[in-house]
Design a binder for this molecule. Structure first.
Ligand code: CU
Ligand code: ZN
Length: 219
């Protein structure tokens, strides 16, 4: 018996758990069938009716979150790490930075015992040198710069290889996001420090990356 939820593109029929038989492919994909509207769509979406349940429970989607709590530099904000295709979308909203560019990285450890300092070096599972977000040679944790205007830095971008999956080599849960005082030179500074830290200067804001639910609903 072919489960409708696991049917492939080439499947001709599927038999649902209640033994009802459906012809495939359907007019609407399972993804589009999340909130079916109208008779035609509801009929086409019928095979997927029980698909959102796995093992009798709703499958929970997760995302990463880091809260930058106000410190002596008065920097505060929140950063989300949302699975996006095979990559991560990073959404940030930071207040209190001076106007201009600020280095933005994921550092190796989520350890605040000595403040942002105990985050240690940039997250670098491939043992590479420092670079920018879209450089071939870069630490996996190199996210480039964020720009602040009128003390607000807000935006989103997609990062090519990070993950929040515990089995991934690039998993960032339990690590640290750090905002620096200066601009990151993306490895093009022409000195030794540039290939290590991008000369981004002091660590003025940081937060440990944890896991949370993907929706804004309360617990
Ligand atoms: Cu850094
Ligand atoms: Zn780096």
């Amino acid at each position: 018996m072919k489960d409708c939820c696991n049917s492939t593109k080439n499947s001709k029929i599927c038999i649902r758990k209640d033994k009802k038989i459906f012809k495939l492919p359907r007019r609407f994909t399972m993804k589009k069938c999340k909130n079916p509207k109208g008779f035609t769509m509801k009929a086409s979406c019928a095979p997927y009716k029980y698909c959102k349940y796995k093992g009798g429970k709703l499958k929970k989607k997760l995302k990463g979150v880091a809260v930058i709590t106000p410190n002596k530099d008065k920097i505060e904000g929140i950063v989300y790490f949302i699975p996006y295709k095979d990559n991560l979308k990073i959404k940030y909203n930071i207040k209190g930075l001076t106007d201009g560019k600020h280095g933005f990285h994921i550092h190796e450890y989520g350890d605040l015992s000595e403040g942002c300092k105990s985050g240690c070096s940039h997250f670098n599972p491939d043992n590479k040198t420092h670079g920018g977000l879209n450089c071939k040679e870069r630490h996996a944790g190199d996210l480039g710069n964020i720009i602040s205007k009128n003390q607000i830095s807000k935006g989103e971008f997609v990062c090519p290889d990070l993950s929040i999956s515990p089995t991934s080599k690039y998993n960032i849960i339990g690590r640290m996001i750090i905002i620096h005082e200066d601009e990151d030179d993306l490895g093009r500074g022409g000195n030794k420090e540039s290939l290590k830290t991008g000369n981004a200067g002091e660590r003025i804001g940081c937060g440990v990356i944890g896991i949370t639910k993907s929706s804004h609903k309360s617990c």
